[in-house]
Design a protein around this ligand. Structure first.
Ligand SMILES: Cc1cc2nc3c(=O)[nH]c(=O)nc-3n(C[C@H](O)[C@H](O)[C@H](O)COP(=O)(O)OP(=O)(O)OC[C@H]3O[C@@H](n4cnc5c(N)ncnc54)[C@H](O)[C@@H]3O)c2cc1C
Length: 206
């Protein structure tokens, strides 16, 4: 963990062998597509049938079954609802809607080619694995870590904004100057990261 002003290290936590000893499992960072790949492979190995394009429209809890928008119905012993933040399954189970609320925290995500980062000497400890850097500043924090076999640096910038009554779901395209409004006051390495950004997206934490 580092300070936003000068990237001075404030705290460090070993993530290698110590994590395995403590939790009997490794600390891993994995790209979502790769994680999906691993899960699909294992489901396949276990003989699980995966039906894509299966949007459920109704769940019957008393005599468990799931109705899909394509007209099919599946009977089940157990229905496990994992349909995310706007879960219709959760609402159906509870019998009322749970609306999300804007937490006031907004997140910018930029990606930087790791090879671009290594051209800047002062960036080495940010762009080289196995580090996860968490920088903290006033009303904002930033996390950087390597992805895709260390080819890509993922930069997640979170900052406090005004709470909006209109919820904006999902990922939106953002301009880099929006992130600069907050992180432009951080130490030089963040200016370099922002200048190397390939693309910028944002979303609201609900
Ligand atoms: C842009 C972005 C970046 C993020 N980055 C990170 C990160 O770096 N690290 C991290 O740990 N977390 C990250 N998160 C958070 C993480 O994505 C979520 O916490 C996680 O995906 C939640 O998992 P879930 O299975 O509950 O829901 P989801 O991943 O949302 O999965 C829900 C699934 O249900 C499906 N579904 C919904 N309704 C229906 C229906 N009626 N019928 C059938 N299927 C339905 C959806 O299509 C979806 O596939 C990020 C989130 C966002 C938006």
């Amino acid at each position: 963990m580092r300070s936003y002003k000068d990237s001075l290290q404030l705290f460090s936590q070993p993530l290698g062998r110590q994590m395995e000893e403590l939790y009997s499992a490794p600390y891993l960072i994995i790209h979502r597509a790769h994680l999906h790949g691993v899960l699909v492979q294992e489901a396949d190995r276990l003989g699980v049938a995966i039906h894509l394009d299966s949007h459920f429209t109704r769940i019957n809890f008393s005599d468990p079954s799931v109705e899909l928008s394509n007209g099919k119905t599946y009977d089940a012993e157990i229905v496990l609802g994992e349909d995310g933040e706007r879960s219709a399954c959760r609402d159906a189970l509870l019998g009322y809607d749970i609306s999300s609320r804007d937490s006031g925290d907004h997140v910018f995500r930029i990606t930087v080619k790791a090879s671009n980062g290594t051209e800047h000497k002062d960036m080495m400890d940010l762009v080289q694995p196995p580090y996860v850097n968490h920088c903290v500043g006033p009303g904002a924090n930033a996390i950087t870590y390597a992805l895709k076999r260390n080819c890509l640096l993922n930069v997640v910038l979170t900052c406090a904004c005004d709470v909006s009554k209109t919820i904006q779901h999902g990922l939106r395209k953002a301009e880099i100057h929006e992130a600069r409004e907050v992180f432009g006051r951080w130490d030089d390495r963040f200016q370099t990261l922002l200048s190397l950004a390939q693309r910028c997206t944002k979303w609201t934490l609900l």
